[in-house]
Each structure stands twice: as structure tokens, then as C-alpha cells.
Design a protein around this ligand. Structure first.
Ligand code: F6P
Length: 319
């Protein structure tokens, strides 16, 4: 191969820039020409390409968001859009495409592969919901963002004797809630994978009250329930004052953690190596502390179950 392109797709995730940088620099190191595609599949379909040289990715390693910009592309879900996307690549003699994004973005990639375009996916989403990889780019930063926000909320919770419900992202996956809940010592963690036991949560609040602890943090994954609804239920059930904070896109912003930058750099480098080895339909993955190449279809396989042992431990620690 001589010429490759890279795009970011779906929700932005901190560390995507570091992955772009690694793809570009590793590609140039191996003598490839590298193009960037602006605005994900939307830009691909409409031919928004830019030349990526060494300087194009200078000073981005530590920045959140994605310098290539991103989009959720309804057009890429149509056969017409998919055909146009492949044509744009062929027209420019681009030999392969690297897609940085979540599982929806990988589905788009598969339609290009079906048209003969070699592709490699790099898992980039704060949700950490992609099968086959222990970590996705952006998850660690998002969890740290939640922990920082909760430590601020805790000041008000303790000063006012309040029960705070903090709703976090994750779509239909509870990984952000679980990891951040453990990291900030939440009293309860509510995830979509496990039915919440409201009686138990209320009993825990009451036990805390009995020993003079009148503030609590409950982390609610957005895919599990509405934090407002649960807050009202808890208020009525316990009589405690409840407040709700929805963290929203704060979780996705800001500089990536060192861990995300290293992960993204390794995955970007690996993606180029995979293409140079003549392979396609692969994804980079982090498995047992190593960056490996896996068949892309693993991403659509059965979802990795929530870490039940960690969930149980969190409950035991918040006794
Ligand atoms: O997939 C990342 C994510 O932040 C999810 O956690 C969330 O449900 C969704 O994207 C929000 O999407 P948008 O930014 O398009 O509103």
C-alpha cells in the first residue's frame, strides 16, 4: 500500500487526536502518504480530504475532541451513501482506510470493506462498550472527569446532608458508572445490566442515617434509569433531601489522561502495521495489557459482560 486515509466517527472521545497523530506519523515513517477525512463518514461521502504531514498533527497529542472533527452520519446508513464513500476513496487512489470510532462506526467500515476497501478500526468511545477490547480510547479520561466532578458535588452533599444522584453517560452500558462509582466511593451504583434493588438502596441510606451519615452519592448510568425519577422515588421512600446532577458532555471533554494518550498512540501505530502487513477487516484491541489485532467482526459479537466482581465489591464496600 502507498496511500491511506484516517477518519474519526461517532461521538468524540479524548485521545482521538493522539490516535490520529500516531496513524499519521507511523504511516509517514513507513513511507506512506496519509490523508485525513473531515467530519467522519459525512465528510468522506462529500470528499472532504486534507493532506496530513508531520506538522499537521503537531501540538494535538494533549488536546481533547478530534482535529478531524466527527459526525453521526445517517447518509452512511444508505446504500447510496456507502457507494459514494467507497468511490471517493477509489477516485483518490487511497488503498486503505482507518476508522477511529465506536461500534456504529465499525458497521459503516464493514460496508466499505464489502466494496473491496481494506479497513482497520480503532475503538474510540468513552463508553468502553466494544467487544474484544478491555479498553476503548476515551474511557479512562471520562471516568476521571466523573470522579473530579463528583468530588466537587460531594462538598455540597456533605455540607447540606443531601443525597446526590449523579447521572453519567455510557449509552446502554454501565462501564462508566461502575468504574467511576468505585473510584469515588459511591454508596450505590445503578447500571443497565443489573436491575436496581430500590429497597436495598433505601435500606443502605437508612443504615447510614442511623450511624450519623446523612449524605450519599449514587451514580446512575444513563441507560439504566432517569436519575430524576429515581431521586424522587428515593425522596418519597426515605424522606431524605435528594438532588440530581446530569454530567452530560463534560465527561467527554478536556485533555486525555496519560493512559488514554498511550493507548491511542499504540492503537494508531498498530493500525498502520496491520495495513502494512496486508491485512484488512481488523480492529486494534487492548487485551491483557497488550495491543493486538482482532477480526473486526468481534466488535459486533456478544457484548462483554459488566465486571460483576467489581460491582459486587462496590456493594460490599458501601455496606
Ligand atoms: O457514545 C458516546 C456518548 O457520549 C454516549 O455515552 C452518549 O449516550 C452519547 O454519546 C451522546 O451522544 P451525542 O453527543 O450525540 O448526544
Amino acid at each position: 500500500i502507498k496511500k491511506i486515509a484516517v477518519l474519526t466517527s461517532g461521538g468524540d472521545a479524548p485521545g482521538m487526536n493522539a490516535a490520529i497523530r500516531a496513524v499519521v506519523r507511523k504511516g509517514i515513517y513507513h513511507g506512506l502518504e496519509v490523508l485525513g477525512v473531515k467530519k467522519g463518514y459525512e465528510g468522506l461521502i462529500h470528499g472532504e480530504f486534507i493532506t496530513m504531514n508531520l506538522g499537521a498533527v503537531a501540538d494535538i497529542i494533549h488536546r481533547g475532541g478530534t482535529m478531524l472533527m466527527t459526525a453521526r452520519s445517517p447518509e452512511m446508513m444508505t446504500p447510496e451513501g456507502q457507494k459514494n464513500a467507497a468511490e471517493q476513496l477509489r477516485y483518490r487512489d487511497i488503498d486503505a482506510l482507518i476508522i477511529i470510532g465506536g461500534d456504529g462506526s465499525f458497521l459503516g467500515a464493514q460496508t466499505l470493506s464489502a466494496q473491496g476497501i481494506p479497513i482497520v478500526g480503532i475503538p474510540g468511545t468513552i463508553d468502553n462498550d466494544i467487544s474484544g477490547t478491555d479498553l476503548t480510547i476515551g474511557f479512562d479520561t471520562a471516568v476521571n472527569n466523573v470522579v473530579q466532578a463528583v468530588s466537587k458535588i460531594r462538598d455540597t452533599a456533605t455540607s447540606h446532608d443531601r443525597t446526590f444522584l449523579v447521572e453519567v453517560m455510557g449509552r446502554d452500558c454501565g462501564n462508566i458508572a461502575l468504574q467511576s462509582g468505585v473510584a469515588c466511593g459511591a454508596e450505590s451504583i445503578i447500571v443497565p445490566e443489573i436491575m436496581p434493588d430500590m429497597e436495598d438502596i433505601m435500606a443502605k441510606l437508612a443504615r447510614g442515617h442511623q450511624r450519623g451519615k446523612n449524605h450519599s452519592i449514587i451514580i446512575v448510568a444513563e441507560g439504566a434509569a432517569s436519575a430524576f425519577k429515581l431521586g424522587e422515588e428515593l425522596r418519597q421512600g426515605t424522606g431524605f433531601e435528594t438532588r440530581v446532577t446530569i454530567l452530560g458532555h463534560i465527561q467527554r471533554g478536556g485533555s486525555p489522561s496519560a493512559m488514554d494518550v498511550v493507548l491511542a498512540s499504540q492503537m494508531g501505530g498498530k493500525a498502520v502495521e496491520i495495513l502494512c502487513a496486508g491485512e484488512t477487516d481488523r480492529m486494534t484491541a487492548y487485551v491483557n495489557q497488550e495491543i493486538v489485532s482482532l477480526p473486526l467482526e468481534i466488535a459486533y459479537g456478544e457484548r462483554r459482560p459488566l465486571n460483576r466482581a467489581l460491582y459486587d465489591l462496590a456493594n460490599q464496600l458501601a455496606i
